[in-house]
Design a protein. Structure first.
Length: 196
């Protein structure tokens, strides 16, 4: 599969089989991620690969975060909600937590570090697709909760960027759609002082 085909055919796959993924394949995906472009070669990313019972701590923290929003977490409804959130990491055989870990670098600019780590995620997603794997990049408010930083031992300046749920697809991908590129592109071939 060439890179243009991979980009155009990759889709978010939210439902995957529980079949195991070999360590070699996971390492291949991480290797693709580490070759993302990053200004000043800061490599501002860190990956945590969660498999088997290694997914349980993430589930516990998701449950704890859910409890904070419940009026009565001890009610039957509250317990069901916490259990549902706690089981989320078990929807896929592999979850890769991706953290932004910007270095102490005199030329480091925050947005550039975020862009670099996001490019690493995209590389990982494309490599997974090329390998026949399904993946979804999950984020949301719990991702950025202080308890997540604590769980993964992140420093104050670090951020969790999301969780890549990986597995062999157990659903048909949706048809892709995007806005026409003409609506998102401005061609500039003359010296103009104002774009309005």
């Amino acid at each position: 599969m060439n890179v243009i085909e991979a980009i155009k055919t990759r889709r978010t796959i939210g439902k995957v089989k529980q079949d195991p993924i070999s360590k070699d394949v996971i390492e291949e995906l991480l290797e693709a991620a580490r070759w993302a472009p990053n200004y000043h070669l800061t490599e501002p990313w860190k990956f945590f690969v969660l498999t088997g019972e290694g997914r349980r701590p993430l589930g516990r923290v998701l449950g704890e975060i859910a409890m904070e929003k419940l009026e009565d977490p001890t009610s039957d409804e509250g317990k069901k909600m916490v259990m549902k959130k706690s089981e989320k990491p078990f929807r896929a055989p592999v979850v890769i937590a991706v953290a932004l870990t910007p270095p102490e670098h005199p030329k480091s600019i925050w947005i550039e570090e975020v862009a670099a780590a996001s490019a690493a995620v995209q590389n990982l997603l494309l490599a997974a697709h090329a390998r026949g794997l399904g993946a979804i990049w999950r984020t949301g408010k719990p991702t950025y909760h202080p308890k997540m930083k604590e769980l993964f031992g992140l420093k104050e300046k670090d951020e969790m960027l999301g969780f890549i749920y990986l597995g062999y697809p157990d659903m048909k991908p949706k048809e892709g759609r995007r806005t026409l590129i003409e609506e998102k592109t401005v061609w500039m071939s003359e010296d103009i002082s104002y774009l309005g």
